[in-house]
Design a binder for this molecule. Structure first.
Ligand SMILES: Cc1ncc(COP(=O)(O)O)c(C=O)c1O
Length: 461
C-alpha cells in the first residue's frame, strides 16, 4: 500500500456512503500484521523487548499509513506474546479468536454502556449475559450483574455495595475480612473506600492456603469486642499464588448466622462453575451475595472482561443509582451506568458473548480441563526431592527448592526466571509470606506435554 492510496482526510472516520473499501484495506493490512505476529512467536519468544524501543509521539502533520503500520509492527515485536507456548507466567492466556473479532466490532460500534439510548442492543446483551451467568451459578431470578474492566474493579463494585447496603457506607469502624492469601486488590479497595489498612483484617490460612475457619470465628469475635462492624467477608475461589479455595460452604453459614455480606473473589476459579469439573466448594457459590468472575484470566476472553454477579440486583441499584439527568431513560430498563462505579464504558461484553457463543459450555470445559491436565502433568513430573510445591485444585503451581533460606529466594528466583526466559519459558516470581516463589500458570492452550517436559528439564539443571 502506498500513501497515494489513502488520502487521510477521506478516512478520518468510516464513511456513511459507499463501501468503505479504504477502511477494509487498512483492516486487512492490520489483520495480516497481527496474524503474522502470532505465527512468528518462535522468532521472538514470549517476552521480546529491545531496550532501544522508541515511543514515538504524534507530530504536526500526522503520519502516513505506512509509518503507522511500521509503528504497529515495532510495538508487536516488543510486546509480551501470550500465544507463545512458553508464556506461563501469569493469568494472561492467548486471546480467543472470536474475542478478537468482538473487540474489533466493539471498537467499530463505539457504543456506550453508560445508557440504554447509547447502546440499546448491548445494554440488553450485557444484562442478559450477566443474568445467564448468575442463573448458571445457581442464583435466582432477582440476580444479575455488571461487567467491569478486571477483577479489581468487580471486587470494588461488590464491596462498595456491601458496605452501602449494610448501612455502614460512611462508618469509619466498618471492616472487611479477607484471608491472608487474598489478592492485593483488597488493599486498594479499602483505600478507595476511605478506610485505613487496619480496616482490612486478615484471617489466617491453613497449610493448604485456605481460610482457617477457627481463626475466622476468633477474628469475628474480636471484631465484636473491639466494636468493629464487619460489612463483608471475602472468600477467595482460587488464590493468586497457589490457586487455593476457601471453605465457601462454612463461610457462607457463618455469614448467614451473622447477617454479613459474603463476597466471593472468583477471579480465577469462578469460571469453573460453568462446568462439571469437580472442584470442592464450587457448588455452594450461590450462597454468596456477590461473586467476581473474570473470564479473561483462563478462557482467553480478551482483556478486559470481568463480571460482578449479585444475588439481588437491587443492591447495585441502591448503591450506585444517581439518576442521569442528561440522558433519557426507559422505565423498565436500567441504564448500566447506574449500577456500578464506571460511567462511560465500551461494549466489551461483545467479546465475552461471542467468545462464549463460539465455545459453548463444552468448549469452556475443554479449555479448563486442559489447563488442569497440564498442571497435573507438571506436578506428576516435577522433582519432589528437589522442590517444595504449593498448589491447589486449579491450574497454578508455585515452588521453591527444598530447604532454601527465605533470604536466598530473591536471587534464586531471579536467576531462574532469567535462565528460563533465555530458553523461551516465561515464569513469574511472586513474593508471598516473605519469600519469592517460582510460579507456573498452566492456562496456555498452546502449551503441550513436550513443552512441559522441556521446562522440567530446564528446572532440573
Ligand atoms: C484472586 C484475584 N483477584 C483479583 C485479581 C485482580 O484482577 P485484575 O487484574 O483483573 O484487576 C487477581 C489478579 O490476578 C487475582 O488473582
Amino acid at each position: 500500500m502506498t500513501e497515494d492510496l489513502i488520502n487521510k482526510k477521506d478516512i478520518y472516520f468510516p464513511s456513511y456512503l459507499g463501501s468503505n473499501d479504504k477502511l477494509i484495506t487498512l483492516l486487512n493490512r492490520a489483520t495480516e500484521i497481527l496474524c503474522d505476529w502470532f505465527s512468528k512467536v518462535d522468532k521472538y519468544g514470549p517476552l521480546p523487548f529491545d531496550e532501544n524501543f522508541k515511543c514515538l509521539m504524534p507530530d504536526e502533520d500526522g503520519n502516513s499509513t505506512e509509518d503507522l503500520f511500521s509503528d504497529i509492527q515495532s510495538l508487536l515485536n516488543n510486546s509480551f506474546n501470550p500465544v507463545h507456548p512458553g508464556s506461563l507466567a501469569h493469568l494472561d492466556p492467548p486471546p480467543l479468536i472470536f474475542s478478537i473479532l468482538g473487540d474489533l466490532i466493539a471498537a467499530g460500534l463505539n457504543n456506550n454502556l453508560l445508557a440504554y439510548e447509547l447502546s440499546p442492543s448491548i445494554t440488553l446483551l450485557e444484562e442478559s449475559l450477566c443474568k445467564w451467568f448468575a442463573k448458571k451459578i445457581g442464583f435466582n431470578d432477582s440476580s444479575g450483574g455488571i461487567a467491569a474492566s478486571g477483577g479489581t474493579l468487580s471486587n470494588l463494585n461488590a464491596l462498595i455495595a456491601a458496605r452501602y447496603n449494610s448501612g455502614l457506607g460512611s462508618d469509619p469502624n466498618s471492616v472487611l475480612l479477607v484471608s491472608e492469601d487474598a489478592h492485593s486488590s483488597f488493599i486498594k479497595c479499602t483505600r478507595i473506600m476511605g478506610l485505613d489498612e487496619a480496616n482490612l483484617i486478615r484471617v489466617k490460612t491453613d497449610k493448604n492456603g485456605s481460610m482457617d475457619l477457627n481463626n475466622l470465628r476468633k477474628t469475628i469475635d474480636k471484631c465484636l469486642i473491639d466494636k468493629k462492624k464487619i460489612f463483608a467477608i471475602v472468600a477467595t475461589l482460587g488464590t493468586t499464588v497457589r490457586g487455593a479455595i476457601d471453605p465457601i460452604q462454612e463461610i457462607s453459614e457463618i455469614c448467614k448466622e451473622r447477617n454479613i455480606w459474603l463476597h466471593i473473589d472468583g477471579s480465577i476459579g469462578g469460571i469453573f462453575a460453568l462446568t462439571s469439573i469437580p472442584i470442592k466448594g464450587l457448588n455452594n457459590i450461590n450462597q454468596a451475595n456477590s461473586i467476581t468472575i473474570n473470564p479473561q484470566k483462563i478462557i482467553g476472553i480478551t482483556k478486559t472482561s470481568s463480571l460482578l454477579l449479585v444475588s439481588e440486583m437491587s443492591t447495585l441499584e441502591n448503591t450506585f443509582s444517581t439518576g442521569l439527568p442528561y440522558l433519557s431513560s426507559k422505565e423498565d430498563i436500567v441504564n448500566r451506568g447506574e449500577i456500578g462505579i464506571q460511567g462511560s464504558r465500551p461494549a466489551e461484553v461483545i467479546k465475552l458473548w461471542l467468545g462464549l457463543r463460539f465455545l459453548g459450555l463444552k468448549g469452556i470445559e475443554d479449555i479448563l480441563k486442559s489447563s488442569i491436565k497440564r498442571k497435573d502433568f507438571f506436578l506428576k513430573n516435577i522433582s519432589k526431592n528437589k522442590y517444595e510445591i504449593f498448589s491447589g485444585p486449579l491450574h497454578i503451581v508455585s515452588f521453591l527448592p527444598k530447604g532454601i533460606a527465605p533470604k536466598d529466594t530473591d536471587l534464586w528466583t531471579k536467576t531462574k526466571v532469567n535462565e528460563l526466559i533465555k530458553n523461551n519459558f516465561m515464569l513469574s516470581r511472586p513474593k508471598f509470606k516473605g519469600k519469592y516463589f517460582l510460579r507456573v500458570v498452566m492456562g496456555n492452550y498452546n502449551t503441550n506435554e513436550f513443552h512441559i517436559e522441556e521446562l522440567l528439564r530446564l528446572l532440573d539443571n
